[in-house]
Design a protein around this ligand. Structure first.
Ligand code: SAM
Ligand code: GLN
Length: 280
């Protein structure tokens, strides 16, 4: 491998996606992973030996299934660049569906004091920080049971200069006695033993799986959310592609109103939510 072009071809020959190869090589060169125009203009440049060593290591890790976001140390979510590593789930574009719904629901909050939102199981901080960017007037809280995840989320908040209150604990127990206009969560929802997990071996298993066919965490959140919602407040949940009927049932049994689901771009119901009864 003498040139950048040789390095690119090496990555592709090892079975890596072309776009991943370009971003990873830019990273190995110390450039922004998004600077593909630079790479295209410089592909006949010589490949420095220390970059070559870094490159071979990155290709090997990617071949072993490590997410590109971990190798780059960052991931874009809703226009924000978030630091990510093996302590947190890589934020998925799918989750922007939940984010949009949460922003909409915040607009209907009663206007007595700042709108209050809670992001349960915040991971990298993705949902809470995206909302803090778009609603600087709102009061945003975020929780996780994982101290490691909260450390990552907190450093993202600091780096982005955004104000979010973080609390550690299991679901609603992290914010005892507090009440919110909107509670949003992308909890673990993959059933233990689901074959899909074989492709997700590098992310924290505690971010991915839940017992009871993947529904136990959602069940727990639905059961405890009413005590943490202001009258008329919304609970919004991301869930698996085949869980919308079960999640709507759980919400209805609990006494939520206006229960509905929203579809992703592929037409699959990936979020469900409901409104806790009460005056507005
Ligand atoms: N909200 C982030 C996102 O959308 O990218 C991360 C979502 S990840 C699917 C689920 C998160 O829930 C993980 O960060 C995990 O640590 C957290 N979690 C798992 N069990 C929890 C519990 N009992 N209480 C609070 N958070 C929990
Ligand atoms: N959407 C992720 C996936 O299937 C899982 C995230 C979750 O369990 N909440 O890859």
């Amino acid at each position: 491998m003498n040139t950048l072009q040789d390095a690119l071809l090496h990555g592709i020959a090892k079975g890596l996606d072309r776009l991943d190869v370009q971003m990873l090589l830019l990273h190995a060169l110390g450039h922004s992973p998004h600077d593909r125009a630079w790479l295209i203009a410089h592909d006949s440049d010589a490949l420095p030996p220390e970059v070559s060593t870094r490159w071979l290591a990155l290709v090997q890790r990617r071949q072993a299934g490590e997410p590109v976001a971990y190798l780059l140390g960052e991931k874009e979510f809703a226009g924000l660049t978030l630091w990510v590593d093996a302590r947190v789930l890589v934020p998925r574009p799918d989750t922007e569906l939940l984010l949009e719904w949460a922003l909409e629901a915040l607009q209907t909050s009663d206007g007595t004091g700042p709108a209050r939102l809670l992001d349960l199981g915040t991971g990298s901080g993705a949902i809470a920080l995206a909302i803090a960017t778009q609603r600087p007037d709102a009061s945003i809280s975020a929780t996780d049971v994982s101290i490691d995840a909260l450390t990552v989320a907190q450093s993202n908040a600091l780096r982005l200069g955004l104000s979010v209150r973080f609390a550690q604990g299991s679901w609603l127990a992290a914010v005892p006695g507090e009440r919110f206009h909107v509670i949003a969560s992308n909890p673990p929802y993959i059933a233990e033993g689901d074959p899909h997990l074989l492709t997700l071996t590098h992310e924290p298993i505690t971010a991915l799986t839940a017992g009871g066919n993947g529904l136990n965490d959602i069940r727990c959140i639905v059961a405890h959310a009413p005590a943490a919602l202001l009258p008329g407040g919304w609970l919004l949940l991301e869930h698996g592609h085949d869980q919308s009927t079960s999640v709507r049932e759980l919400l209805l049994e609990q006494g939520f109103e206006s229960v509905s689901s929203r579809t992703d771009l592929a037409g699959i119901e990936r979020c469900s939510g409901g409104r806790w009864p009460g005056a507005r």
